[in-house]
Design a protein around this ligand. Structure first.
Ligand code: URA
Length: 193
């Protein structure tokens, strides 16, 4: 087992026992994340939904089906990226994450980024965009203006690319957005080489 694998397992155990916010009371399973620990690309969604909470895996519902199609459009699969969320536990009724929950939970995301050290951080939807832009000192803007653009940031772990993307769920209530998502995902293609 590599050091990264051991550290991720330790983190997973910590998250399973986490009671830093109230969401542990209503969760069935925390959703830590999954994928390659040596990938260059980390995809960050918002929070687990109904099916993710039941299965303990990210993006296994309708939005996940679209995410799989988007990765497939690049000739890639889940095993080539790492997928996680801002919140590791499902907010009841799929309400938006609360600021207190984001504050309590994001040290886990930060720890995951330290283990994986991705070169590319792709945010899926508004909540990860807001968090990641603030973390790296980027000026936030509306997702409708900046989706699919690449923002370079200099960090102690080297230069990273931040790519804000729409949340795949937009294509479930607005099928026309699928084309936009497919186009935006193309900026990730060169990162797989
Ligand atoms: N939506 C998200 O943002 N994350 C998931 O894991 C599932 C749906």
């Amino acid at each position: 087992m590599t050091d990264d694998e051991a550290e991720m397992i330790r983190l997973e155990e910590e998250i399973k026992d986490c009671r830093l916010c109230e969401l542990w009371k209503t969760r069935n399973n925390p959703v830590v994340g999954e994928g390659s620990l040596s990938t260059k690309i980390m995809l960050i969604g918002e929070a687990p939904g109904y099916y993710e909470d039941l299965k303990g895996r990210p993006f296994v519902g309708k939005a996940g089906k679209i995410l799989d199609e988007l990765l497939d459009s690049l000739g890639q699969g889940r095993a080539e990226v790492y997928i996680t969320n801002i919140l590791k536990c499902r907010p009841p009724g799929n309400r938006n994450p609360a600021a207190t929950e984001i504050k309590a939970c994001t040290p886990y995301l930060d720890a995951q980024m330290s283990i994986i050290e991705p070169e590319v951080i792709a945010t899926l939807g508004n909540f990860p965009l807001t968090y990641i832009f603030a973390k790296f000192g980027l000026n936030p803007d509306k997702i409708s203006k900046i989706h699919g653009k690449v923002f370079m940031v200099s960090t102690i772990a080297g230069i990273k690319k931040v790519v804000p993307l729409y949340h795949p769920a937009v294509a479930t209530y607005n099928p026309g957005m699928k084309t936009t998502l497919i186009d935006d995902f193309k900026v990730l293609a060169e990162c797989f080489v």
